[in-house]
Design a protein around this ligand. Structure first.
Ligand SMILES: CSC[C@@H](O)[C@@H](O)C(=O)COP(=O)(O)O
Length: 350
């Protein structure tokens, strides 16, 4: 199963696959400062919460390397702060961005005189990516065991946006569950929602799964209810950009609609995400910042206008699904059925 170089370290630079060009072209871009990596994340060269965290960690490391090229700064924190501030603010909803940057600052704060700080920061960035891949694999196995199975037919899993290898260090959260199920020999068919307006489902999820020979059918978002009402969906599995302390879940716009539909049709609704996506400082979903993106994502497709001139536009990129609609939260530390504040806190106890 594929592990793509979503965001990696290559020849002293941050290398990212340009997801804006997928599925037509596989092009890699390289970055040499935190501000440049921030531009790449903001412009969706790399996207998906854990992948944004990995890219930001490498962006932090490359900023230290850039600063050290002119001689080690006497005050590393002061030297790093302007670039890292830009990086931290480039996308507001995916908490893995802030989580990764806080972890990198921990390395700066723990440094001793004489330490090779750029090398230590790079090692931490590698660890963040490696741990993410491991977490996704464990989470995948945990989630696969939750999927219904039938003796005489495949299990049909609906997913939304792209929560795959492209959205993580590699392997994927929601698609990690699907990959693990396929690897375990389960008979799986995937319905990938197109995911308006940016088409992560049509462009990225469909591409990734087809690369891995997973049986995949593409539908537009507004077909989900119809398929569920006909009994054509057995489970919904999505990723997440931020889980609040009470179990409310932010994910790509349209996820909430799917959760309501799944409840109406008694279909299990699973959310897969690593502990780095759980924001224990965020009390509930109402406190999760929701990114509003450029109107052109709604009015245009690849530079071509598809909407009426002068129409007003809203483009919230995420929505919040209340915990009560989540059948289970799938993490690398285990599966939390009917998540509550208390059950989520327990995940962090050992
Ligand atoms: C494993 S990724 C989970 C989420 O980050 C994913 O579902 C999602 O909403 C991505 O949004 P995007 O705007 O493409 O960054």
């Amino acid at each position: 199963m594929s592990i793509f170089d979503t965001a990696v370290w290559h020849d002293g630079r941050v290398r990212m696959m340009d997801q804006r060009l997928l599925p037509d072209q596989e092009v890699y871009l390289e970055y040499e400062s935190a501000a440049a990596v921030a531009d790449g994340i903001r412009d969706m060269v790399v996207r998906g919460a854990p992948a944004i965290g990995c890219a930001a960690a490498y962006g932090f490391a490359v900023e230290a390397k850039r600063l050290a090229a002119d001689g080690n700064p006497s005050d590393w924190r002061a030297a790093l702060e302007p670039g890292i501030k830009i990086l931290r603010e480039c996308r507001p909803t995916a908490v893995n961005l802030m989580w990764a940057i806080d972890r990198m600052w921990g390395v700066v704060d723990a440094a001793q005189p004489g330490d090779d700080l750029p090398a230590k920061l790079l090692a931490e960035a590698h660890a963040i990516r490696d741990e993410d891949i491991d977490s996704c694999k464990t989470m995948g196995r945990n989630g696969a065991a939750q999927l219904p199975q039938f003796p005489d037919r495949p299990t049909v899993v609906m997913t939304h946006c792209n929560a795959g290898a492209l959205a993580t260090g590699g392997y994927g959260t929601a698609l990690g569950v699907i990959r693990a199920a396929v690897e375990a020999g389960q008979n799986i068919q995937v319905i990938a929602n197109e995911t308006r307006p940016y088409l992560q489902g049509a462009r990225l999820t469909a591409w990734e799964l087809i690369e891995d020979n997973v049986d995949t059918t593409l539908v537009t978002d507004n077909m989900a209810g119809h398929l569920m009402s006909r009994g054509e969906v057995d489970a919904v599995v999505v990723g997440t950009d931020r889980v609040a302390a009470n179990g409310d879940v932010a994910n790509k716009i349209g996820t909430y609609t799917l959760a309501v539909l799944a409840k109406r049709h008694n279909i299990p609704f699973f959310v897969a995400g690593p502990l780095s996506t759980i924001d224990r400082n965020c009390p509930d979903g109402a406190h999760i910042p929701i990114e509003e993106r450029d109107a052109e994502e709604v009015t245009h497709f690849r530079g071509q206008r598809t909407a009426a001139l002068k129409v007003k536009v809203r483009n919230p990129a995420f929505d919040v699904t209340p915990a009560e609609l989540v059948t289970a939260l799938v993490t690398e530390k285990g599966v939390v059925t009917a998540p509550t504040r208390e059950k989520i806190a327990k995940l962090f106890e050992s």
